[in-house]
Design a protein around this ligand. Sequence first.
Ligand code: NG1
Ligand code: ZN
Length: 548
Amino acid sequence: MPPSSLRVVYAFAREMYPKTTDVFIQYGTAGFRTKANLLEHVVYRMGLLAVIRSRVKNGRTIGIMITASHNLEPDNGVKLVDPDGEMLDGSWEEIATRMANVSDTELEATTADVIRQVGADMALKASVYVGMDTRYTSPRLASAAVHGAMALKGTPKEFGIVTTPMLHFFVKCRNDETYGTPSEEGYYQKIVGAFKRLRARMPVAGEYNNTLYVDGANGVGGKKLNIIKKTLDGELDLHMFNTGGNGGKLNLNCGADHVKSTQTAPVGVEHVPWQRVASLDGDGDRIVYYYIDDKNKLNLLDGDRIATLLASYVNQLLKEIGASDLSVALVQTAYANGASTKYITEQLKMPVTCVSTGVKHLHHEALKYDVGVYFEANGHGTVVYSGKTKEAVRKIFEEGDQEQRKAASILLDIIDMTNETVGDALSDLFLVETALCARGINTKQWMQLYDDLPCQLMKLSVKDRNVVTTADADQQSTSPEGLQSRIDELVANIPSGRSFVRASGTEDVVRVYAEADTQENVQKLAAQVAQAVYDLAGGVGTRPTLPE
Ligand code: NG1
Ligand code: ZN
């Protein structure tokens, strides 16, 4: 493409998507995320970048998802999806940030510069898939992405309102037709189809019952589950709440993030003691389970629990098919409860690694194993299976003895039920229901597998959160000076104490995590560490106080 045709890049920017703010915006853990009214020019520019990326990848499809996940309605966001359905390669985050922040008059030259820098052949075809969540600001932003793609002569395709993991799935399927069909129908056929096939030959047994309540966070996940519900034929008795009707507001006092971070029940759900409830987030990529017991206490089954349940079930199936050379490994972040890590090593006797926060880190680590199970404690995660594993299971399904073939057929359906591209609340829901059903256990028995250590997550405002840096998968502070030694001192005084601090990639805050032997001690430790951050990293507002 000759440089003159980049004129249209500026023309669109000036006429339709002018940059009206000087506030610096950064591509973080989940792309760009801020107030929706500050995003139009950013999303337009991501349309441009997606086309460049597609050309660098020889014309393979790139995805753009418009969502702010678990944030409240006034926010929105945009993230790019790489050809294998993965998050955008880390080395491009800086380029994305640069494209988003230059002035309108610099945009044409910067675009040309980026094209040169990455060596994109602008004569190639380019394909961009665009999806959005249910926010009222999403359609305008999706149009901005489409215009960005058109400005560089790429071919955009809009999928309308879909979950984030659906868009990742479509991108993967478009680039690798062996994975499935790139449409909503193709997604249901593969993932829900596998669940239904499996349920048809797995009797509901033991303490498991097939009634499931679902909190849809008033977002897209609940809406899609309502569609799926109509196709279920008694395999699962779904009771849907917070699906967007009745004036329910997106993520407001409901959804996976609310349940995980406040450890309180969502509004809008009619609770029955001991009833299993799955809570999704606003764009359908996170899921946590919980139940309210007869003392009205909420018992949370978070991403760590889901990971251990799935890993042990898949491991059992691998043993049953006699694939002793294949192993399952778990990948967590520092936010995983220490009790879950101990349970994995000591009881499940499986390898577990800790990586930096951010799904891309977990995903890449998990790909190193025959079967990698990765979950963030907040309920974002999935399972990935290597090519070697898939081949071995298929071979045993064809050549094994009767028992081996039976287990292999279950495993093949489990693989199909998994959205391997990214954490997916709907796929995870079907996987969890399958594992619970196969084991014949109820949520209380699932909960009894290990006891969580009391933990606390706090947010703190500081002048510049970038002064807080970490190493060793977020577990050690490297700046500000003196912070790590102070954390070490505080932790040493608390039995089973552990604490770390990092700058959020999605909010302008510093997060403080602590865990300890008792509720009292964890509150004390979190408050003490928060005070240290306030003092050493330039806290804003009132200094955190210690509990009475
Ligand atoms: P930040 O805001 O960077 O902590 C949060 C989650 C991440 C990840 C991203 C993307 C916690 C403590 N952090 O990131 O794990 O899920 O959002 O949505 O849960
Ligand atoms: Zn989400």
